[in-house]
Design a protein around this ligand. Structure first.
Ligand code: G6P
Ligand code: MG
Length: 218
């Protein structure tokens, strides 16, 4: 039987990718002097803030000191925070609230497994704190996906085994992390983009607890 679900945040519960895009693009173009496209933003999904900056800096031959890099990350995050400060429960992606609610009703545990250091603020804005039994984020675990640490830590806190737990992920690196940790993984997005997922849906409105039990725990 399904014991728990672990949710990535960005792209699974809420569409924050557009805000990361705006904030990184501004930094890339205005401060670093390189372009930043939607494809670049796609490649950053699931990566930590520092890894994202390294990706952008790999587009230039200019070099920057550690303190300059820290200042850039801070500047990007200040811009990002001003964008996500507007989030409300209406920004939850389709199906997210109803799945979280039915999990709570049926006694299935849930946790967040995200690389984001802003996760606590974002889940508060979205009004879903009460539906999450644990929050494992970039402040708790520093090994980035595809390392499975963030999900393994979540399963440990919930006291469930990966073999009875389903991870929801929209990033290639996140799906790889889930599979490396021995979890079932439902991809959120396009089938072709997430070949490692056990199956893929376009959003959580296509997922019920009954389906998960039928597909994985029959
Ligand atoms: C998630 C997103 C990434 C983001 C990372 C760190 O994994 O998919 O695009 O870079 O979190 O987010 P943060 O809020 O800590 O900058
Ligand atoms: Mg994501």
């Amino acid at each position: 039987m399904l014991a728990a679900c672990l949710f990535d945040l960005d792209g699974v519960l809420v569409d924050t990718a557009k805000h990361h895009y705006t904030a990184w693009k501004q930094l890339a173009e205005d401060k670093i002097g390189v372009g930043f496209t939607h494809e670049d933003n796609e490649a950053l999904k699931g990566l930590s803030r520092a890894e994202s900056l390294s990706y952008i800096l790999s587009k230039t031959s200019r070099t920057f000191s550690e303190s300059e890099k820290l200042a850039m990350m801070e500047e990007k995050n200040i811009n990002y925070l001003s964008l996500v400060s507007q989030l409300t429960p209406n920004d939850l992606l389709p199906g997210a609230l109803s799945l979280l609610k039915s999990m709570k009703e049926q006694g299935i545990k849930s946790a967040l497994g995200s690389a984001s250091k802003n996760a606590p603020l974002i889940i508060e804005k979205l009004g879903i704190v009460e539906f999450l039994d644990a929050v494992v984020d970039g402040n708790v675990v520093t090994l980035s996906k595809p390392n499975p640490a963030v999900f393994i830590k979540g399963a440990e806190i919930l006291n469930v085994s990966p073999a009875h737990t389903v991870v929801f992920e929209d990033a290639v690196s996140g799906v790889a992390a889930a599979k490396a940790g021995g979890f079932y993984c439902v991809g959120i997005g396009e089938q072709e983009a997430l070949p490692q997922a056990d199956y893929v849906v376009s959003d959580l409105s296509f997922v019920t607890i009954e389906d998960l039990n039928k597909k994985f725990f029959n």
